[in-house]
Design a protein around this ligand. Structure first.
Ligand code: ACO
Length: 423
């Protein structure tokens, strides 16, 4: 603990504030009482310098390129654990033993069926509606079917709610996809593991055998795991803001889904593929790199750069080696992967990108892997939603447990008209 003193140059008022240590990373200055002591607020455009809460779920060191879930490095988790074990870890704080895992995994399987009423909802949507719009509406509708959890206050109910929404997300996402393709909706198969079940629901025809390869399941499982949480990003902050009002937990998750949709956030994976398609061939890469470097051209290389990572995104590193492994094992290859390889090769050695610490981010690789797994571009962001749901719920639970949590109510710097009379 130390003190931090600031002086308001205009009024001369001086205020002392305590510094709170973090277990890892930068300490934070507790500015409670700033306005009463100094007569001023802080101005932090985009909240990049502000800690909006205390959290023990995820730690990121952007300069080092480090990401820890509950203290465990993401690279080790990706190597040794599956997505459902990581969900347990994120929710409960510790990895499960075998009994805990079996109960958790089984409960998620049994909760994967949504209420039959939800199916009717899909008929109301046009085939060409964006899957994120349909998915967010379906999750919103879920809160009407589980309204008994409106006042979630008991620990058991929290966890029940968490397992229920994690379990239903792949089913609703597969329904969304199947509706958009004009395919009949397929129920989950209770004999399949979470990620295998999702691929099955995406691909299955009512008749015939559906092939889902182990290597595909492992690849998608890693993608879910790498997206599971990322501390106070835009969608998680949105979930916490809505959660702070006491709204239904699913309503908070829906807000997160909609925040994630944007192309500067979860929508970037879709934009990466759209951009690679636009580049069209390896020969055109140089032209687009030139455009990305031109300060007068708004064109940006999608999948490069990150607000927090100023080093290689550790998730991108895992996905890069996964993509290489898939190339060797199932021989994935595509024109887009060849273009992506060329983009990566040039950008990693180009002074413009090196000087600005612009490295490939998770979206740069996830898009090409998903495309190689036969998943359509429009489903990339919904797949991000499946992976991230556990993170959103864990943050909501952490927030509800915090006796000091307050409704989010930031302030502003007013730059409008001064008071005047109506003529
Ligand atoms: N292509 C070309 N130039 C870039 C790129 C890019 N992708 N990203 C940043 N720059 C340049 C900027 O033009 C700026 O240059 P300048 O200093 O000459 O003005 C400099 O790098 C710093 O850029 P900022 O916008 O300040 O960087 P910031 O950290 O705020 O932005 C962001 C991060 C929004 C992710 C940005 O890098 C970007 O738009 N990337 C492409 C979109 C993308 O991939 N988003 C996914 C993010 S990951 C996720 O959500 C899971």
């Amino acid at each position: 603990m130390a003190t931090f003193t600031i002086k308001n140059g205009l009024t001369g008022a001086v205020g002392e504030f305590e510094i709170l240590e973090s277990t890892m990373g930068a300490p934070v200055v507790n500015i409670a009482g700033l306005r009463s002591k100094l007569g001023a607020y802080t101005y932090d455009n985009g909240l990049g310098e502000t800690a909006t809460c205390q959290s023990s779920i995820t730690y990121i060191d952007g300069a080092k390129g480090e990401l820890l879930y509950r203290g465990y490095p993401i690279e080790e988790l990706a190597q040794k654990k599956n997505y459902i074990e990581v969900c347990y870890l994120i929710l409960h704080g510790e990895l499960p033993d075998s009994g805990q895992y079996d109960r958790f995994e089984k409960d998620i399987r049994t909760k994967s069926y949504p209420h039959e009423g939800i199916k009717h909802l899909f008929n109301a949507f046009p085939d060409n509606g964006h899957p994120m719009a349909i998915l967010s509406s379906a999750v919103s509708a879920l809160s009407a079917f589980h309204h008994q959890h409106l006042n979630v206050s008991e620990e058991d109910e929290f966890m029940e709610m968490a397992r229920r929404i994690i379990a239903k997300m792949p089913t609703l996402t597969a329904f969304t996809y199947r509706h958009s393709m004009g395919y009949p909706l397929i129920y989950p198969d209770m004999d399949r593991y979470f990620t295998e079940n999702f691929l099955y629901m995406m691909r299955a025809f009512p008749t015939g055998k559906t092939e889902v390869k182990d290597v595909e399941v492992r690849a998608l499982d890693k993608i879910f795991m790498l997206h599971a949480d990322h501390e106070q990003n835009a969608s998680t902050t949105t979930v916490r803001a809505v959660g702070s009002t006491g709204a239904h937990p699913y309503a908070a998750v829906v807000a997160g889904i909609n925040a994630l949709w944007g192309r500067a956030h979860g929508g970037a994976n879709e934009s990466v593929i759209a951009q690679l398609e636009m580049i069209g061939s390896v020969e055109n890469v140089d032209t687009f790199i030139k455009r990305a470097k031109d300060p007068d051209d708004p064109f940006r290389l999608m999948g490069f750069g990150h607000r927090v990572y100023k080093n290689f995104d550790p998730r991108a590193r895992v996905l890069k080696s996964l993509r290489d492994e898939l190339r060797d094992t199932i021989g994935i290859s595509s024109r887009l992967i060849e273009i992506a390889d060329r983009v990566e090769q040039i950008a990693l050695s180009d002074e413009y990108f090196v000087k600005r610490n612009l490295y490939p981010n998770i979206d740069f690789y996830s898009g090409t892997i998903l495309e190689a797994l036969g998943i359509r571009k429009k489903m990339f962001t919904p797949i991000f939603v499946i992976g991230r749901t556990v993170g959103w719920i864990a943050h909501l639970i952490e927030q509800k447990r915090d006796p000091k949590q307050k409704i989010y109510r930031p302030r502003q710097r007013y730059i409008g008209k001064v008071r005047r009379s109506v003529p």
